[in-house]
Design a binder for this molecule. Sequence first.
Ligand code: TXA
Ligand code: MG
Length: 367
Amino acid sequence: MTKLIKIEEMNIDALELTRLLSAPAEALRQGGTVAFPTETVYGLGANALSDVAVAKIYEAKGRPSDNPLIVHISKVSELNELVLEIKPYALELMSAFWPGPITFIFRKNPKVPSKVTGGLDTVAVRMPDHPIALKLIELSGVPVAAPSANLSGKPSPTKAKHVIEDLMGKVDFIIDGPDAKVGLESTVLDVTGDMPMILRPGKITPEMIENIVGGCQLDPAISAEDLAGLAPRAPGMKYKHYAPEAEVEVVVGEASKIILTFESAVANAVDLNYKLGIMGFEEDLLVLEKFLETKYKADVLKRHIFLCTHGSIKHVEEFARLLFQNLRRCDEVHCDKILIRGVSEHGIGYAIMNRLKKASGGKVIRI
Ligand code: TXA
Ligand code: MG
């Protein structure tokens, strides 16, 4: 049976937080599984030093066992028993960005079970910037291996509700906490070489890393448009991912052209009698809605069209925060197809487009 623990407030009193988290922390220590909020997405945790505990994560998620997990810590000193070597530039990056939405890949200490690392000789470690996650890890007294708390292949969970939908009955505890603020999974950065290399883009961008250490490489496989040719270095990046039930197509271009594309897609959905999800910026949807109201009856629109906002075009972080929840909402109302306005690939736009390429199987149209 899964126990739910509700923690609505981020700024909850420290003693009260300790009281609420003592049972799930004990469960982690005893080899159980606990889903918990972080600033990026919800994670599904287990004791990273226990083979048996970690096996429960793969089982609950239906995750392929060659896909390694991120180990979460609450203090830098915990790194000692997890890794073999920390390069000086990695120390600089850790002090700049931890706690925060970035995971570092180090050479692994033999103490870390190979189940955690999918048989690799490296280990991924992150210190999340979230009071509930940090307190839970601290109280458990163990490093906590935690992938995103979704069923394998589904969009990562940014709300407790998503975790409950995917994992209720399959894990020991779910912390029903606040929505994730970032909304995309952490940047994964390999710091085993002479220069850092991004294996998965996230909120911490290549420019931010370059600003600290003077350089940053990108795994060529993550930028490849078709995602087919190159093998990514983060094993998880090769799987079909973030995929809603519906077919997804991404369009990138000027607002006026995007709106025309949305309009003709609506006409097509109405003609061919299917349900279309449209995701665009607030500004796009205002113009589109006005046009649609003049052209179609309300019940026709209700049957065929489902609009989701990315937030304002002036705040692209909002797009990142809302993306996964919007994909799930389109599934809930049974869209057959989803058309999404993409963004240019700089700043957090690089991470957003990486997830959109995966959700669409590379169907990105530049208009
Ligand atoms: O924001 C996040 O990173 C969330 C929260 C819960 O912390 N976690 C998360 O975990 O997204 P997961 O398991 O869904 O994604 C981990 C990614 C996968 O693509 C995996 O292949 C990669 O990190 N990874 C883990 N260990 C690795 C390693 N040793 N070498 C290369 N890639 C690794
Ligand atoms: Mg995941």
